[in-house]
Design a protein around this ligand. Sequence first.
Ligand code: NIG
Ligand code: FE
Length: 413
Amino acid sequence: MGYRYTNDSKKEKMKTVKLFNIGNLVTYSVDQGAMISLENMEIVFSAGKIIDIGKQLGDTDEVFNCQNKLVTPGFVDCHTHPVFLDERENEFDMRIRGFTYEQIAKNGGGINSSVDGVRNSSEIELIERVKPRMDDFLKLGTTTVEAKSGYGLDLDSELKSLKVLHEINNNHDIDVIPTFMGAHAIPIEYKNDSEAYVNLLCDLIIPEVANQGIAIFNDVFCEIGYFNLDQSQRILNKGLEYGLLPRIHADEFNNLGASELASNLNIVSADHLMNITDSDIKNMADSETKAVILPGTTFFLGNSNYAPYHKFKEANIEVAIATDYNPGSCNIQSMIFIITISSIFLKMDVLDAIYSSTYVPSKILNVSDECGSIDIGKNADIIVWDIYKPIQIPYKFSTSPIKSVIKSGKFIF
Ligand code: NIG
Ligand code: FE
């Protein structure tokens, strides 16, 4: 049975609703193959879907005055790790005192320090922690979120994490697209025998996850001290055999050849890429693989080696930006703030940043028929802003200047 992330019960009934007096409608246009900016527009939606876009459209059951302000698609955040129990602000404090992410992980912090919390919690306890995080994503304009498991690292706890995501997707307005990430770290009980854990993933956990139909993607952290290149390849190929689409955490702290592997296997996306080389970029340009840049992580870790966005752009590689929200290396949920960081540190043009946080991630997640742009037939996943032009998004990040978020036709606020 396939995993359904859009639930009919989420859709607003049959009434027609018109957004009018839109000063500036900014979206990717599939027809024109470019970002467009249209003035004085109206949008009509019904039963969760956009049914008309234009000027002086006819009467509808309800109307909403956008007060001449900016309207964009909802954000699609294609890389997050929200299924954990407690936050790890102690590690943030340690970094302030001079320790690096790698040093902290080696000394009892990092991903493994979140594992007990997930293993020792019930599904209900985890849902209670994860649901408010989803409320926050929606408040910040994210209407579709990819979410990874990966703090359970054994069969039961990984399945539990994915069930939490499944439950939340069914009972929350936000659409959650689940990724299995049993290959997030080597669990402590396997620390001297990583091959045994890789065997467990390949022989037992991946087949069972696939069998339950509760994940779309399979992601691996290819990094020194985590999964080496051979192990990453085995895990991704095994997932693929079972219908799980491969993604990879690549070239974050060290370049083990992960983005090269991604390009060679035509993996959906390679994420992080702070240490990618020029020849890796060339390989990626010759493949279908898309780049996901997570500049919030570079920022939150206090590093300065941002991924080379302009090199990807010059090579015509499609780039998404995402939060990487997690309790350790990046406790950031706001795509608005990610756009600000992308502007300042990646020197990313703001229209490119909107493209990279709406349409490109919708393609990576295979949901571009449903979201990622404002188009007839797609979900009415819309942000009505309290500002007039795109450049005010990164400029005014500190107040999250959103007037309303509409998800599948429902006004969240
Ligand atoms: O994003 N990729 C490296 N860092 C992890 C962070 C997770 C954590 O520290 O909890 C990640 O997958
Ligand atoms: Fe990550």
